[in-house]
Design a protein around this ligand. Structure first.
Ligand code: ASP
Length: 313
């Protein structure tokens, strides 16, 4: 039994491990660990307290994938849902679909009885407004300026500008029955264009899981993980017989071809069916967290740096 996550998963990891130790499923462990992060108002990259999009609305993406069946559920561009990871799970378990977005996802949340919650905290609103200072605050007249405002905004996201793994939560778990599950939840990039969905909701990009080979999940610039199918590429490497360390390194080397003006770093966590784990970052000095059967508390380990320098001209 092992549970690993991005460093901000620390607040939920003990709960996840407790579920595994009690004989619970990886699915419950991942969902519950991510719940704790989604409820954490001090985390401005996930759920309650997440930073809003360009017009000031908190817009969430999440996904979950079950390695036993390759079933997956995802939601993108959702407002007012405190626990999008649970909504993603309901999509996976109750609908003949894998991915709902926007109004349809919110409708499904209401049908499932999820309460409508205001997710924009005062703190997050202040950060958002500071980011827009000097800009027209009226969203109607502001519309014409959106594209111009977008230029550079991604790089200004305080949670993500460094490329460190502060934003978005990844949790991967291996339960006592040998099943793997991967979950991701995020408020996405602050000041993102309304309707922008990142890798966190895209199976294969920010999340992939297969009991036979392993699980992987990403944080960082979602557009890159989408373009390079990063989570799937890592798992494909495991399928081809690479170690978790080598599978991650190889997948990250692919990113070298994708560097663009909005480059802000990428990170991934990887868990193999035998419990080996590893994590990667394009940024120095980042960490991830884990617990295994021997752990008495959440443990932290350095991510392997994979330098991405950009495609030669
Ligand atoms: N991957 C997330 C996204 O692109 C953001 C992040 O992890 O910081 O929405």
């Amino acid at each position: 039994m092992v549970i690993i996550g991005s460093s901000n998963a620390r607040v939920g990891l003990e709960r996840g491990m407790e579920i595994l130790r009690d004989g619970g499923t990886a699915l419950d462990a991942v969902e519950q660990a991510i719940w704790a992060v989604e409820s954490n108002v001090d985390d401005h990259s996930v759920g309650l307290g997440g930073l809003p999009n360009l017009v000031g609305e908190v817009e969430l993406d999440a996904s979950i994938m079950d390695g036993a069946t390759l079933a997956a559920g995802a939601v993108g561009g959702v407002h007012g849902v405190l626990h999008p990871i649970s909504l993603a799970r309901r999509v996976m378990e109750e609908l003949p679909h894998a991915f709902l977005v926007g109004a349809g996802a919110e409708r499904f949340a209401r049908e499932c009885g999820f309460p409508v919650t205001e997710l924009l905290t005062e703190d997050a609103r202040r950060i958002y407004e500071r980011g827009l200072s000097g800009e027209d605050q009226d969203s109607g007249r502001y519309a014409g300026k959106i594209l111009r405002a977008m230029v550079g905004r991604l790089a200004l996201d305080p949670e993500r500008a460094s490329g460190k793994d502060a934003g978005t939560v990844n949790v991967l778990a291996l339960d006592g029955a040998g099943h793997l599950v991967a979950g991701v939840s995020t408020s996405g990039f602050a000041w993102k264009y309304p309707g922008r969905v990142g890798d966190s909701a895209v199976i294969g990009a920010g999340n992939y899981c297969d009991d036979r080979y392993g699980a992987a999940a990403c944080t960082g610039r979602g557009e890159m993980a989408i373009r390079a199918a990063t989570a799937h590429t890592v798992v494909r490497g495991l399928k081809d017989g690479l170690s978790p360390a080598e599978a991650g390194r190889q997948a990250f080397l692919e990113l070298d071809w994708l560097v663009d003006a909005f480059w802000s770093g990428m990170n991934a966590v990887v868990l193999a069916p035998d419990g080996r784990h590893a994590a990667f970052s394009t940024v120095e000095h980042t960490t991830y967290v884990y617990m295994d059967e021997a752990s008495t508390a959440v443990e932290s380990a350095p991510r392997t740096l994979v330098a991405v320098t950009g495609r030669p001209a």
